[in-house]
Design a protein around this ligand. Structure first.
Ligand code: NDP
Ligand code: MG
Length: 390
């Protein structure tokens, strides 16, 4: 039996992961499940899967979790340290699906004990890509991408030499506002931004898809994970979300990965890798689909994408600044303190603030330094927000 843990088990990726392992319960020995505020879901899944331990990120919810687990034999724990301790419990395969920079430290800990880390938490790679990859290397651990585009690229590279890659193209659905004119975008409401045309995902990544901050994060993720230069990474708007990514080789060949927009494909690929097993995802009927469309993204309506290239050009720990400012700007948009386009303006302002701070940005990439920069960038995002809103 394979020992597995799921971080962010109560979220969209976590629930899709649980759906897959439930179909083959004898194959898995569940070590830890973690969640946040959704105690009922966390406890029910931990009991059903006979997990050793269930952990909520919030210390003030420990009593609720304990009560929900009474008599089940599943241990309860809460708080940041408990998350780290759960990640240190030996496991063969760990799903990293906490949302935000909060996923970085548990992911690092899982790598230190040599687990295969199935990485949905793209924020980890954006904030501290070099640190994460180096930790995996030093501990003989392995990171498998779960983001659909990166899983697609990974699959396109099997048996290929990375040096023969000329370019990597990741696709973007264009999100909720693909066809909206610029002057309408600042009026976009939270409800409108929270509804995705093709994918069913957590609220934060859905809004990031509408603003293209998600694609900006994924461009940086591509650069960090595959080690290709920024100039080799392209984004193509593809409204049908069926081609997830394309790898272009130096002989001119383009290898495309197609599949239904269902995260259980990428999760299942990482779960069974290096094998391929049957997965319960819809099969594409291309004759029925008939037509697939592609467009160049519009930089004026989606300024987030350009910021990603700026972050990569600056290097150092600018990715941690970018992610933290983006997370904070998103908090403010969700709380209706700013408009939709203000998110990109705030992030751009914070990047400018940090541009010249060489002692911070170019310091050694450690977990402590990343966390320090993360906090400072969140503060600067608040300053930029206050300036905008008066
Ligand atoms: P959700 O918001 O649906 O779930 C997030 C999970 O993290 C929940 O279990 C939540 O707990 C938990 N959580 C929230 N805040 C914290 C915190 N501060 N500390 C610890 N745990 C926390 O997100 P998604 O599943 O959509 O996304 C998860 C990750 O996967 C993100 O990094 C996202 O970018 C990435 N991803 C997601 C895709 C998707 O299809 N959803 C596709 C590709 C990547 P609770 O809900 O109990 O509060
Ligand atoms: Mg993606």
């Amino acid at each position: 039996m394979r020992k597995i843990s799921i971080f962010g088990a109560t979220g969209s990726i976590g629930q899709n992961t649980i759906d897959l392992i439930r179909r083959d319960p004898d194959a898995y020995d569940v070590v830890a499940l973690t969640g946040g505020a959704n105690i009922a879901r966390l406890a029910a899944d931990a009991i059903a899967l006979k997990a050793d331990i269930a952990v909520t990120a919030y210390e003030n919810r420990l009593a609720d979790l304990r009560a929900a687990l009474t008599g089940s034999g599943v241990k309860a724990a809460a708080g940041q340290n408990a998350l780290i301790e759960a990640a240190a419990r030996p496991a063969d395969w760990v799903m990293s699906a906490i949302v935000g920079a909060a996923g970085l430290a548990p992911g690092m800990e899982a790598l230190k004990q040599g687990a295969t880390l199935a990485l949905a938490n793209k924020e980890s790679l954006v904030c501290a890509g070099a640190l994460l990859l180096d930790t995996a290397k030093r501990h003989g651990a392995c990171i498998l991408p779960v983001d659909s585009e990166h899983s697609a690229v990974f699959q396109g590279l099997v048996g290929e030499d990375i040096d023969s890659v000329e370019r990597i193209i990741i696709t973007a659905s264009g999100g909720a506002f693909r066809d909206w004119p610029l002057d309408r975008l600042n009026e976009a409401t939270l409800a409108q931004a929270s509804s995705h045309p093709n994918w069913d995902m957590g609220q934060r990544i859905t809004i990031d898809s509408a603003s293209m901050f998600n694609k900006a994060m994924e461009v940086i993720e591509t650069h960090e994970y595959f080690g290709v230069s920024p100039s080799q990474i392209e984004v193509l708007v593809h409204p049908e979300s069926m081609v997830h990514a394309l790898v272009g080789f130096r002989d001119g060949a383009l290898m495309a990965h197609l599949g239904a927009p269902d995260m259980r494909h990428a999760i299942g690929y990482a779960l069974h890798w290096p094998e391929r097993r049957h997965l319960p995802v819809a099969r594409l009927d291309l004759a029925k689909i008939g037509q697939l469309n592609f467009q160049t993204p519009d930089p004026a309506r989606f300024p987030a994408l350009g910021l990603a290239y700026h972050v990569m050009a600056r290097g150092g720990m600018m990715g941690a600044v970018f992610n933290a400012a983006k997370e904070r700007a998103l908090d403010h948009f969700i709380a209706s303190r700013i408009g939709f386009l203000d998110m990109a303006t705030i992030v751009e302002q914070v990047l400018e603030d940090f541009e010249g701070s060489s002692s911070l940005i170019d310091a050694a990439m450690t977990l402590d330094n990343v966390s320090k920069i993360d906090q400072l960038a969140r503060q600067q995002a608040d300053v930029a927000m206050t300036k905008r809103t008066g």
